[in-house]
Design a protein around this ligand. Structure first.
Ligand SMILES: NC(=O)c1ccc[n+]([C@@H]2O[C@H](COP(=O)([O-])OP(=O)(O)OC[C@H]3O[C@@H](n4cnc5c(N)ncnc54)[C@H](OP(=O)(O)O)[C@@H]3O)[C@@H](O)[C@H]2O)c1
Length: 295
């Protein structure tokens, strides 16, 4: 990394290396929120979506998470429109395993035929010959998990995928998948107020697998009072405190906060340089928040 790139805001979070050869700044961007309502169709403000993507890269974000199902196709198309030809070092991580039939409607499909077809569509929309990180979006109860993973392993051998990741999985899935193909990332819902997958974060850390927490801000729900108090005392937003807590939680944590607004993006990326004191971090860690759905 040049000294100019190392000074960029997203680089202040430090870096993480995926699969031993793909180094990115530890503050990514989730491109699910740049689509229409219900993650369906085009965004209400196309100009803002394109500007948000371009601003993310200007701020040093070089890991963008997307999926064929966001839109469907819309998120990947906007990424290509905003950023192609891609700057060197930009990693676009896509996923497959859901099909879409309307706003807010998600249907499993991780059959070998669908995964292969979905990858071909993502490559076309993203204007790429290889996807750097391709994730199984969710195991499909109607398909053999091993068959899904064997398909991704085969596509990797064919050079269409550089690295394979998983999403919405248990440790048992990760262990089973690793017997078939190397796994570089796990993406599950995780945040200060949603720690169901704590044990999987620890497993990923022990095995040098990146953990991509989705819903890292859980902003639509009220922030925990401790987060609110620390945010007020430090004069930052609760989003910044939540993201800083995640970054401090594990060196394999790679947050991918999602937004369709440049203002929120800038605020979220500023968390890369924000450090909680040891006392604040310990206080936050000691809180056992009620899961947000019980509040
Ligand atoms: N693997 C999976 O199954 C899965 C599921 C969900 C998401 N994801 C991925 O994870 C990424 C992040 O998850 P997420 O988007 O659901 O949750 P999130 O990042 O925790 O929150 C996004 C929501 O918070 C708002 N927001 C963002 N920054 C804010 C800020 N600084 N202040 C106030 N509000 C803010 C956004 O609205 P505005 O647009 O108004 O900012 C949006 O409604 C997604 O973009 C996607 O790439 C993966």
């Amino acid at each position: 990394m040049s000294s100019a790139t190392a000074a960029l805001p997203a680089a202040q979070a430090g870096t993480i290396t995926l699969g031993g050869d793909l180094t990115v700044n530890r503050m990514g961007f989730g491109a699910m929120r740049i689509t229409g309502k219900g993650i369906w169709g085009p965004p209400a403000d196309r100009g803002a979506a394109l500007a948000t993507l371009r601003r993310a890269v200007e701020l040093g974000v070089n890991f963008i998470d997307t999926a064929d199902s966001y839109g469907p196709g819309v998120s990947e198309e906007l990424i290509a429109e905003a950023l192609w030809p891609y700057p060197s070092g930009l990693v676009i991580a896509s996923k497959a395993g859901w099909t879409r039939h309307g706003p807010g409607v998600w249907q499993h499909n991780a059959s070998p035929a669908h995964l292969e077809e979905a990858l071909a569509g993502s490559l076309k929309r993203l204007r790429l010959e290889r996807i750097e990180v391709f994730q199984l979006h969710v195991p499909d109860p109607a398909a053999s998990f091993d068959a899904s993973m064997e398909t991704l392993a085969r596509l990797r051998e064919q050079g269409k995928i550089r690295h394979v990741g998983l999403s919405n999985v248990t440790q048992e899935h990760v262990e089973r998948a690793r017997r078939i193909v190397p796994i570089v990332s796990v993406q599950n819902r995780y945040s200060f107020s949603d720690r169901e997958w704590d044990y999987l974060v620890d497993y990923c850390q022990a095995n040098s697998i990146a953990f991509l927490p989705w819903g890292p801000i859980a902003q639509s729900r009220k922030a925990h009072e401790t987060v609110e108090r620390i945010a007020a005392a430090r004069q930052v937003s609760t989003a910044v405190v939540s993201l800083a807590w995640l970054l401090g939680r594990s060196p394999v944590m790679l947050p991918i906060p999602g937004t369709s607004s440049v203002k929120h993006l800038e605020e979220n990326v500023s968390a890369a340089a924000f450090r909680l004191t040891d006392a604040e971090f310990a206080e936050l860690g000691a809180v056992v928040p009620k899961p947000y759905w019980l509040r």
